[in-house]
Design a binder for this molecule. Structure first.
Ligand code: RB5
Length: 365
């Protein structure tokens, strides 16, 4: 376990004691300061920095302190993915883990002595999250965070939609599991893609028609135009194709292949074959993982250069970084996903994610 510690001047003595204690317990510690109880500093500077490190996975837990603990908790809880609990006794510490799954403990250097603080830390570190109904409540907080996050970055005309249908979420949970077999993974990716069709086609224009039922004439609707194209990004996008085509079997299929240059780390096109009349079609680019956004952005470029206009990007998981990149570059594109994950790791993998979708689909690792 790696813990980040931070304090202002009023919490610094407590922080230093906590640091020694954690080191004794063989816990790796990252100390963001401050180291003087005389020189005043502003708690938000340290609290927000520490909270970001916990939220993005650089550290597993955080322990923050200021005079009362109040300022630090307010500051840390502004960070998406940081769940900071101000605890003044061991019962609160226990419950903040059991029920709230708090990833940051906040203590007040002026409202408790060092012994009390160390006992609180002990309980907090040792207590697991209970899950069950408490997980549901935390999911509600996360869903609200996602909503706020999306409305803040969404400066585009395009829609950004998280498909939170229970069936999609249930199946997504299974494919996230590292133990899920290649066979099951492949089947589920196809099924999720199929379920997503319901949402991604919601805005297709329809026109009124009349049909003869066995009994009488009826007014009905048909999809106007019907010119659709589905374009998987090679290779993982292939896993979503059959699920989509089952529901929109007349769609034409294009393919785009992009690799990442080992030196420049930039995406480079190696294959692009699109339906000839791409400019007339509603286009769905499919790629299970919107990670850095490099491949998707290039794919959208390629399609636009060939005349494509109405473009939707469909993925299973997105990282905030990739979502922002696509939105900044192509604000007109609609983006649909089954979940918005926390962040990218140093290798560009989505965390928590599901690993490498291509490898898991094709069993290549
Ligand atoms: C600093 O005097 C004090 O305001 C701060 O440490 C903290 O208690 C704020 O909530």
């Amino acid at each position: 376990m790696k813990a980040v510690l931070g304090a202002d001047h009023a919490g610094c003595v407590l922080k230093n004691a906590a640091k020694q204690y954690l080191i004794q317990k063989q816990i790796e510690v990252l100390d963001l300061g401050t180291d003087s109880d005389k020189e005043p500093v502003d708690y938000p500077d340290i609290g927000i920095k520490a909270a970001k490190m916990v939220a993005n996975g650089e550290c597993d837990r955080g322990i923050l302190s200021c005079g009362t603990g109040i300022g630090m908790s307010i500051a840390a809880n502004k960070v998406r993915g940081a769940y900071a609990a101000l605890c003044t006794n061991t019962y609160m510490a226990k419950m903040s883990r059991l029920h709230n799954n708090a990833n940051i403990l906040v203590l007040g250097g002026r409202v408790m002595n060092i012994d009390e603080a160390l006992q609180i830390i002990d309980v907090w570190l040792e207590t697991p999250f209970k899950g069950g109904r408490h997980a549901r409540r935390i999911e509600k907080i996360k869903a609200y965070e996602d909503k706020v996050f999306l409305s803040n970055i969404n400066n585009s005309n395009g829609r950004v939609v998280i498909i939170d249908h229970p069936l999609v979420q249930h199946k997504l949970g299974i494919i996230r599991n590292a133990q899920t077999s290649v066979k099951e993974f492949r089947e589920l990716v196809e099924e999720i893609a199929g379920l997503m069709v319901y949402e991604i086609t919601r805005h297709l224009p329809v026109e009124k028609i009349e049909v003869e039922t066995p009994l009488a004439k009826a007014h009905a609707k048909t999809i106007a135009g019907k010119k659709l194209a589905v374009i998987p990004l090679l290779r993982a996008g292939l896993g979503m194709i059959q699920g989509i085509l089952k529901l929109i079997p007349n769609a034409k299929v294009g393919h785009i292949g992009v690799y990442r240059d080992a030196v420049t780390l930039q995406p480079v096109e190696y294959y692009c074959k699109l339906p000839g009349d791409i400019e007339e079609r509603d286009i769905f680019i499919v790629d299970p993982m919107l990670a850095t956004g490099g491949s998707s952005t290039l794919a959208i470029d390629l399609i636009k250069r060939r005349g494509g206009k109405k473009i939707t990007l469909v993925c299973l998981l997105a990282a905030p970084e990739g979502l922002k990149r696509v939105q900044d570059t192509h604000p007109d594109v609609d983006i649909y996903m089954a979940a918005l994950d926390d962040h990218l790791d140093e290798h560009g993998y989505i965390v928590p994610g599901l690993g490498d979708a291509g490898d898991r689909l094709f069993g290549t690792k």
